[in-house]
Design a protein around this ligand. Sequence first.
Ligand code: 5AD
Ligand code: SF4
Length: 459
Amino acid sequence: MSSSLHVPLESLTGATRRPIASPAPGRAFHIETFGCQMNVHDSEKVSGVLLERGYHPVDDPAAADVIFYNTCSIREKAAQKVFSRLGLHRGPAGHGKIIGVLGCVAQQEGEEIFERAPWVSLVCGSASYRRLPDLLAQIEAGNRRVMGLDTDTDETFETEITRRDNPFRAYLTIIEGCDKACSYCVVPFTRGPERSRASDSILREVGELASFGYSEIQLLGQTVNSYRDPSPRSMTFAGLLLAVADTPGIRRVRFTTSHPRDFGPDIVAAIDAHPSICNHVHLPVQSGSTAVLRRMLRTYTRDEYLEKIAMLRAARRPISLSTDFIVGFPGETGADFADTLSLLDAAQYDQIFSFKFSPRPNTSAEHMDDDISEAEKGIRLAALLDHQREIQLARNHSLLGEAFEVLVDNRGHKPGQWAGRTTSNRVVNFPSPRTDLLGQYVQVRVVQAGPNSLLGELS
Ligand code: 5AD
Ligand code: SF4
């Protein structure tokens, strides 16, 4: 997934709305973002840093003096993308431009980026973003190459100003980095150790976001539910969810991604207690086989994971579940994969994200024998998706006739259609001649259901 950030300056929000230096002519920036929601939000913060220094955003990279790629290295394909982008600026095309690589590829490849693409002048990993103003100042002073790659920090990345690109949902990072050690995953290396943000600072920002008109907040972290308040208040993650939900003006609170091991009954109780906490949980399982989970170092068994699902299913509110899978992990047998398929039946997800295993540098699985062929990984991926398609079709069918409140956040697929999201994170398309629906909460009744979509009508 990649997304370019382009939003009018007036949608700025920040801890303090300080006057921004008037944009110096010719100092235009463009950021392209790859990867997860954390990266999308990091780019919003990086944009804030640039705006503060007087740069202004442009949609067209050709018109930009500064081009940043905020990169993802979770799988090899994602990591390769940035080098093809960097290739666009080889030779005269890149002359006079400052090209920077941010994010996980920056952290992973470090100085090597300068060797592969000598026209790059800035390389900065996510744990060093707080040094960005300093790095930019060095470049402005004529330094040709600057680098920020430390991960030994206990600080999180806060900026005075954040440019928010989603007008309906404000993202807020509450915990950075990861202290788990899943054997396939680069995140602990690229994003460094876990650092939580103090609850009072989070709640202050939520209050500000509400005063700017945001009604939906999404709390972010690689393992968001491992949140540990570093302040004397020692708020738990569930306590924080409730406090965010209690903030006047906030109607929806989402959170992603949760780690099964740290998912306790207090989070389910919070969802039950407060209707503003969205009844959707993304709980990556990765595999349905205990043997594979053990080699992945996921720290839970299939049965322990299913106990978490049972706990969620026992909630008073119906909670929608989604997950991530990796297929073709080293040594995954046909029987292991059959366990993954049967987990789909047991868990009854509303959405899954599935990936072929891709060996990554600086992970412990890097040196395992990647013994499942690409063709077999493809077959397993397709079988997983086929099986889930049937489950989703049945689950979506069971919603026919039900009414949901949706926050309208997009145009629908067809002309005259709108798209809104339920609190359970389902997208419902519906026709309406109205033109003022964006950002509105409306009631829709489901009238048609496919495996991947719901059609509704305004009720
Ligand atoms: N290979 C394939 N998929 C991976 N993921 C993380 N690392 C890898 C890898 N090396 C997937 C996991 C994770 C999601 C964000 O990406 O499913 O939950
Ligand atoms: Fe990666 Fe595991 Fe940490 Fe998730 S919990 S970011 S998969 S190491």
